[in-house]
Every structure is written in structure tokens, then in C-alpha cells.
Design a protein around this ligand. Structure first.
Ligand code: ZN
Length: 894
């Protein structure tokens, strides 16, 4: 096609748009009288000569998905794979003037992370200006109302649709192939109007690693006796939790996603998922209560608007069995970064077919068959297929596009209104994070999260007073009058989750995810909420750096470098020391030197040039100060075992162990996943073994079934009672075992630990804690709790609390317990806190020659609760260490 034909097409498209937009303008005036003062949202009737020229149409026809993939998308038993999808999207990008293909970067496993930007050729030629308009509306500081109205008339809303974050929810990424093709090729008034009015950001897969693992495995097992579903985490570190990372932003894929949201400021973020086979054929918003009060109310309503437009579209198209207002709430920021950044989050959840891509067939009609206001039309068939999924989600997608494309002015102007409310917020005035805190790593981690999340952080250039308190120079200030302060606010404040019951006097209504996210409690740092305005000399930071620390003088040969245990970041230093086999000691009691008190757990490292080099670089990276001791104190202590070997029991698809792998890899910890063949010689391979949440006797003894999975998975096959007994013997003959969450019940079974639950069995009306922060008293003199503040909240998510039934079965010490009285809840939601009063949580045991540390609560949870998570490191390094008397310690083991 020639360029003159192309410009003819553009003119025709524009004329159509004009008529449509005129209709939309009329509708706007009627529906929204408040907008009557606004400039009517009519685009120019002639091409604007000041705009960049429309680029020449690219050459070549685009094969249909069926032609390209050789099989129609949605065929039973067929899933297109990423190695074919990526070139197809590249080809569409090369041949369509409506589509730009972009590789944002490589994933954790090295696959391309892809974004398609789809709009009319004219809009794409003008993309930079459209992005600038959108970001200006989102951050309206200094923008007048009249200017905002003008921008809302000139701009185009951005609609970001993401598929495939959960890789076994296969339909959405398959549908995205058809969406890209249709939007690139269809010559219709319908599609052209959508493309004229919107910029669509189509991300065909948010987790490319997962689509490779799941779809390739599905293809590889075709025609075999094996199960067709990939059995392990479909993201290296977090599997299904990959959409719970939107507050900590640990994963590279999360960072890419956030970079897209931060760049384009889309009005809509459609988050496409799949649910169980019995669920509504398609769920869309509105959600259940509650919504986080830090989400702007306009966005809540816009979410409902798009969700109900999707419902309307499906009903009108004769697609039955859809629902809203059930199961999913609007509370947890870990699932919805976008809503603190100006985008309505539209969750779609399609019912699953059978075995990923085969028809789900029942003897009766599928799904709910009773009618309700939020489920108006039951599904009327006993069969549900991959093709059905694609049809339903596609209808919902196009209806969502229409809802925005036919109402562009309101969507754009509302972005301004949302931004305006944020930048004119009056309370609180600011959050202050004081400088000089005990854990520089915690402060650094928090600031890096906020910085990634486009939260502006200022640093005080001089001491100042706020809220009646004096703050030193270097303190960090987050003023709340900025566009995305809501993200910081929801992470810095205490959550008061509402007491939602299924009916008056009934059991609690389950939140969809966790109820607390108070970062200062999770990481262990101070942040003050300042209600009243104050003035301080502050400077906006363009990057985040750890506080500058100076290395001390080199100690004499009789002395040592000392590093206090107050920061969880010290385990990065320990891991680095271990890697270089550098002798490393820890004082087992408090001591003083030169007027400074060093707590139990302080690291001592004898000087050498290699040590100085290592500590200089580690201290610079973490902000953790190093001190010099002229002489080594005479206190009991330990010498860490050089190259301590940590084994991680990781059943397939176990997310807690996956998250731990991420932490270990970040820190550089020497660890391996314990595989079935290791059980014959656990002591020969490991010094310490960790049983995380989710490890059960069954997952160890029976494991994956060799009947259902190929020999590649032998590492995860069950080890039988022989292996179970070998794990027992590993402990009693001198190994270290660290357990948490349900891993502790497993250890109880393995070793006969004399503990019993203090929690009532049965009704959630009596006790309920679905992901909250609870009070906890740690004993910082216990080696497992070295460095942990005496009062450090613990993360509790449907876990257990205990009392000891015997103190004589094994020598036992209490590492951490719930206070004897008082409100156990620190943040989130808790029913029945009195059952926790005085209960023990962390215990250290001597079992035979072995050292065992057990926690009933989840001391490792999605990398969130890093302050308490350090007990894992404490215990894993302490168990295998050499114990030294005060005299031996003073001679550093010599
Ligand atoms: Zn999902």
C-alpha cells in the first residue's frame, strides 16, 4: 500500500472519529452535567498540520494466527508457545502501522519481556505528545483547570492490558494473540474508532518464564501418560505469588511492569486471570468490600464502570454465567500497584477448562445455577472449552476498550481530578524517616521501593522540628502533596482492616489476600506521620544511596573489626565473608569497648587486607558501620563454620521456599535445594536444613508421583519413610534444622517436639488472622534472635501458636513469644487475640546432638518481614558453629 493511500485512510478514519466523538460529547453533557463547563471533547475535523506526519505504512501482509501457528488459537489441546509468539508479535510490529513491538528487557530466566503499543497510525506518530499529555494530567502540579480541560480534549486515554501473569491460567495469553492480530488488521469502523480514541498497551505475557515452563511442558507431555500441568513454580522465585510483589518490587518482571505504568500513566490496567472450573465463566469488578481508603474514590468508580461495561457486553453477546461482587476485594496493595498510580485495576477471572486446554465436561450445567443481582444469568451448558475462555475474555476486553474509547474526555479529565486530589491533600502533611536508624539496610530497602514507585523523597539539609520532635540533618521527608503519595501512605501507616462478617454474628468474610502491609514493622525502621505542616530545608533526591560510612582504622593484630547485629543487612556481609572463607566470630554476650556497647551477636572479624577490602565495599553498599576493637573482649562466643552449607527443602510449587531462594541469591548465601538423592547422606551435604511453610511429611515422604511426572522430576519424588528417618537422624546426629509456619508441625511430627497449639480448632469466628502483624517479644540474647529488637512484630497468616507440654523432653529455650496480655494486633485484622496471650512462637531445642529452631508463625513471607526473617540466618549459622568459652573467644579460637 502506498503512502497516498495511507493518508486517504487516515482522513477517512478521522472523519469517522469526528462523528463518533461528537456523539460521545453530546452523551457526556447529558450524563455528566458537572462537565458542562468543559471544552467539548471534539477532536479536530482536519488533520492538524503541526502534528508529525503519519509514517508510511509498513509492507507485507500479516498471516492470521491459524496460518502462522498452524492450528487455530483455542483449539482443544493446543497452546501456542512463547518461542513462536514472540516472532509473531515482532512480525505484526514490522508489518502493521498500528502496532509497535518493544522488548522491555530480559526476564529472570532470560526470555524477552514484550510490550505492544497499539493505536491508530496517527496516534503512534504522535505518541510522545500523547504520553506527555497523560503524564501531565496525572501530575497536575501547576496545571490550571482550563489547561487540564484542554489536555483532556487533546489527549488519548491509555488502556494497559496484561495477560499471563499466572501461567497456568492459559486462556488470556492465547487470546492476546488474537487481539494483536485483530487490532493490527481489521478494517472496520468499530476497530478504527477504538484505535483513534485509545492507545492500547498490550502485554501478551507478564511472566514469560512461566509461559515457557507451562506451555512447553504441556507440549512435551502430549501423548504421554504424564500429567500435563507443569508441577513447579512457574516463576523461578515466586510462582503464583508473582502478582503479590507489587509493594516490595523484588522481581525484574515487577520492575518492568512498574516502569511501563510509570512511563505511560494508563487510565486502565486490565489484569487478566483465570479461576477454578466452577467459578463464574468470567468475573469482573465491582469487587467485594473493602477497598483500601488510599485508593482514590474516582478510581473505585471507574473500576466499577469498566467491569460492568464488560458484564453488559458479554450479556448482550449472549455469553452467560458471569459474575461480579464476589470473592475479590480491593484491599491489598501487593496485588495492585497501579491503583496508587492513577490506573483503575480491572481484574478479570475466567473459569478454567480441564487440564489447561481440554473441554471441561460435567454431567450437569456448569457453575452457579441460582440467580442473583451480581450473577444474573447462569451458564447454560455442561461444557466449557479453551475457545469459550478466549471468546469470553475477548468480549470483555473489547467492551472494556469501548467503555474508555467512547468516553475519552471524562477518562482523561478524571486523571487530572485524581491527581489534583493527591497533590492538594491536607493530612497528613508528611512522613519523616529519621536518619541514623539502627538498621540502615531497612531504611535503604524502603527508600528504594518508594523511589521505584515514583514517590518523591526529600532529604533534610539541616536539622528541623516537625510534630514537636527534633530530626537530624539527613532525615528523609515524604511530603504527601504529590501524585503517588498514596502508595507510600498505605505502606507506612498501620492498617485497620474492617470487621467484615459473612452475616451479623457469623464467621469472618475472608479477605482475598493479606490485610497488613506496614513497612516499618516488616523491615524494622521508624517512620513518623506528621499531621501539621512544618518547614524544613529539604532537597529532592534523584537517586537513593546508603548513608555514607567511613571505615575505621585497621585494628592491631590482637584486635578485630566489629559489626553490630542491628541490621538484617549484616547477613549480606556474613555471606560474603563465608564465600571467601574468612574466619568470622560472633560474641554471645554484650560487651563494651571504648564507651560503646555492642550487643550479643556482634560480628568480629580478625584484620587482614582482604577483610578490609571486603568490609569497605560491603559497608559502602549497605550503610552498615564497621568499628575497630583494639582488643577482643572476654565473652563467650562462636566461630562460624567456614562455608556453612544450607539445604532448603523445596517441594515443587512451594512459594515460601521460592521466596527464600530469592533472598539467599540476593545475599549470596551458600545454599542448595535438598533433592531426593541427598537424603542418603544429608550430613555429608548440609550443615543446616530449612523446612519452610508448606513442607509436610507428605511432601517429603511421597513427594511428586513418579507415575505422573517424567524422570526429570526425580529430584522431587518422595523419599519414603527411609528418607524421613534419614532427616530425623541428620538432626539427632548433630545437624541443624530451622522450621517455620506449617514446617514446624512437620518438625514436631519428625522429632516428637512437646508442643501443642493454643488456638481453638474449628470456627474462624473464634480465631482468625489472615495475614497481619502481631505483637512479639524476642529474646535478643538468644542466638537465634541476635540483633532482633526486643519488640518486633511477627507476620502471622493462618499459622499456629504453641505452649510447651514438657520442658524436660529436650532442652528448650524460648526465642520469641506473644505478650501475656494486651492487644496482640499491631496491623491488619485479628479475631481471638486472647488465644495468643503468653503463647510461645520461637523455640530453640537441643535434640540429640542437633540444634533445632522452630517458629509457628511465618518468619519468611514473600521477603516482606525482613526484620524477623534474620532469625533464619542466625539459626542456620549458629547451629553448625564452634562454641567458644570467653577465654577461647578472646584468643579468637587460637
Ligand atoms: Zn491468576
Amino acid at each position: 500500500m502506498t503512502s497516498s493511500e495511507n493518508s486517504g485512510l487516515s482522513r477517512r478514519t478521522l472523519l469517522r472519529t469526528t462523528a463518533a466523538a461528537g456523539a460521545a460529547a453530546a452523551a457526556t453533557t447529558v450524563i455528566h452535567p458537572g462537565a458542562a463547563l468543559a471544552t467539548p471533547p471534539v477532536p479536530p475535523t482536519q488533520p492538524d498540520q503541526s502534528q508529525p506526519p503519519v509514517p508510511a505504512k509498513k509492507k507485507g501482509s500479516i498471516p492470521t494466527p491459524a496460518q502462522y501457528f498452524g492450528t487455530p488459537i483455542g483449539t482443544d489441546g493446543f497452546l501456542a508457545t512463547w518461542d513462536k509468539m514472540v516472532p509473531y508479535f515482532q512480525l505484526i510490529g514490522a508489518r502493521s502501522d498500528r502496532v509497535r513491538y518493544e522488548e522491555i528487557g530480559k526476564t529472570t530466566l532470560g526470555y524477552p519481556y514484550v510490550l505492544l503499543t497499539i493505536s491508530s497510525p496517527k496516534n503512534l506518530a504522535n505518541l510522545d505528545k500523547l504520553v506527555a499529555t497523560n503524564t501531565r494530567l496525572a501530575d497536575p502540579r501547576g496545571l490550571s483547570e482550563a489547561e487540564a480541560k484542554k489536555l483532556a480534549t487533546e489527549g488519548k486515554p491509555f488502556y494497559y492490558v496484561q495477560a499471563g501473569i499466572h501461567s497456568t491460567e492459559v486462556g488470556n495469553s492465547q487470546a492476546a494473540i488474537e487481539w494483536a492480530y485483530r487490532l493490527a488488521t481489521e478494517q472496520s469502523d468499530y476497530i478504527e474508532k477504538i484505535l483513534d480514541n485509545l492507545v492500547i498497551l498490550l502485554q501478551p505475557c507478564q511472566n514469560p518464564d512461566g509461559i515457557v515452563l507451562v506451555n512447553d511442558y504441556f507440549a512435551a507431555t502430549a501423548g504421554t501418560k504424564y500429567s500435563r500441568t507443569y508441577p513447579d513454580l512457574y516463576n523461578k522465585y515466586n510462582g503464583h505469588d508473582d502478582n503479590r510483589d507489587w509493594i516490595m518490587l523484588t522481581q525484574i518482571e515487577s520492575k518492568y511492569n512498574v516502569s511501563i505504568l510509570n512511563k505511560y500513566r494508563p487510565q486502565v490496567f486490565q489484569d487478566s486471570h483465570g479461576a477454578s472450573t466452577g467459578s463464574p465463566r468470567l468475573f469482573t469488578p465491582p469487587y467485594l468490600s473493602p477497598y483500601d481508603p488510599n485508593i482514590d474514590t474516582i478510581l473505585v468508580q471507574e473500576t466499577d464502570t469498566v467491569g460492568l461495561a464488560m458484564q453488559r457486553g458479554m450479556t448482550a453477546a449472549g455469553m452467560k454465567g458471569n459474575g461480579w461482587g464476589a470473592e475479590y476485594d480491593y484491599w491489598s496493595p501487593s496485588r495492585q500497584y497501579c491503583v496508587y498510580h492513577g490506573s483503575a485495576r480491572i481484574l478479570t477471572e475466567a473459569a478454567a477448562a480441564a487440564n489447561l486446554a481440554y473441554p471441561q465436561v460435567s454431567t450437569k450445567l456448569l457453575g452457579q445455577q441460582t440467580v442473583d443481582i451480581n450473577f444474573i444469568e447462569p451458564y447454560d451448558s455442561n461444557t466449557w472449552t479453551l475457545r469459550n475462555i478466549i471468546d469470553w475474555v475477548s468480549q470483555a476486553f473489547y467492551s472494556g476498550l469501548e467503555a474508555v474509547a467512547y468516553d475519552t474526555y471524562n477518562w482523561l479529565y478524571n486523571s487530572y481530578r485524581v491527581g489534583l486530589k493527591a497533590v492538594t491533600r491536607t493530612s497528613p502533611f508528611a512522613f519523616v524517616i529519621p536518619s541514623g536508624q539502627r538498621d540502615p539496610q531497612a531504611v535503604l530497602d524502603a527508600l528504594e521501593i518508594f523511589h521505584l514507585a515514583a514517590v518523591e523523597i526529600h532529604q533534610a539539609q539541616a536539622a528541623f522540628t516537625a510534630g514537636g520532635k527534633q530530626y537530624p540533618a539527613g532525615s528523609y521527608v515524604i511530603y504527601t502533596q504529590q501524585p503517588y503519595a498514596g502508595f507510600a501512605k498505605t505502606l507506612l501507616e498501620v492498617q485497620n482492616y474492617p470487621q467484615l462478617l459473612q452475616y451479623p454474628g457469623g464467621p469472618p468474610q475472608r479477605p482475598y489476600d493479606t490485610t497488613a502491609q506496614t513497612l516499618p514493622m516488616l523491615l524494622g525502621f521508624e517512620a513518623d506521620t506528621i499531621t501539621a505542616s512544618f518547614s524544613a530545608n529539604t532537597k529532592l533526591l534523584s537517586s537513593i544511596k546508603p548513608p555514607a560510612v567511613a571505615m575505621p582504622v585497621t585494628p592491631p593484630s590482637t584486635g578485630a573489626y566489629a559489626i553490630g547485629p542491628e541490621s538484617y543487612g549484616v547477613f549480606r556481609i556474613v555471606a560474603a565473608l563465608q564465600k571467601q572463607n574468612i574466619p568470622t566470630f560472633r560474641a554471645a554476650a554484650q560487651f563494651t569497648d571504648g564507651g560503646r556497647t555492642f550487643p550479643a551477636g556482634t560480628l568480629l572479624v580478625p584484620p587482614s587486607s582482604a577483610v578490609r577490602q571486603l568490609l569497605t565495599s560491603q559497608s559502602k553498599d549497605t550503610g552498615i558501620p564497621v568499628a575497630t576493637l583494639g582488643s577482643v573482649p572476654s565473652v563467650p562466643g562462636i566461630q562460624l563454620k567456614p562455608g556453612t552449607r544450607i539445604g532448603l527443602v523445596k517441594p515443587p510449587d512451594n512459594m515460601p521456599s521460592g521466596w527464600l531462594m530469592w533472598v539467599f541469591d540476593q545475599y549470596g548465601v551458600n545454599y542448595s535445594v535438598v533433592v531426593a538423592s541427598d537424603y542418603a547422606d544429608l550430613a555429608g551435604k548440609y550443615d543446616a536444613i530449612i523446612l519452610p511453610e508448606g513442607v509436610s511429611r507428605n511432601s517429603i515422604v511421597n513427594g511428586l508421583s513418579a507415575t505422573n511426572y517424567p524422570p526429570d522430576w526425580a529430584w522431587a519424588f518422595g523419599v519414603g519413610t527411609t528418607g524421613w528417618n534419614q532427616l530425623h537422624d541428620f538432626v539427632t546426629s548433630g545437624g541443624t534444622l530451622v522450621t517455620y509456619g506449617s514446617g514446624t508441625a512437620t518438625a514436631q511430627t519428625l522429632l516428637g517436639l512437646p508442643i501443642t497449639s493454643t488456638l481453638p480448632t474449628g470456627s474462624s469466628s473464634d480465631f482468625y488472622c489472615p495475614g497481619s502483624l502481631l505483637s512479639q517479644e524476642f529474646d535478643p540474647n538468644n542466638p537465634a534472635a541476635w540483633g532482633v529488637p526486643a519488640n518486633n512484630p511477627v507476620w502471622f497468616v493462618s499459622d499456629d501458636a504453641y505452649r510447651l507440654t514438657s520442658t524436660t523432653t529436650y532442652p528448650v529455650e524460648v526465642v520469641a513469644k506473644y505478650p501475656d496480655s494486651g492487644d496482640q494486633l499491631q496491623s491488619g485484622w485479628l479475631i481471638g487475640g486472647q488465644y495468643l496471650n503468653g503463647a510461645v512462637n520461637g523455640l530453640s531445642w537441643t535434640v540429640g546432638k542437633g540444634y533445632v529452631v522452630t517458629f509457628g508463625s511465618e518468619i519468611g513471607f514473600r521477603t516482606w518481614n525482613r526484620s524477623e526473617q534474620r532469625v533464619l540466618f542466625n539459626a542456620a549459622y549458629y547451629g553448625p558453629s564452634t562454641k567458644l568459652t570467653a577465654d577461647q573467644f578472646q584468643r579468637l579460637g587460637k
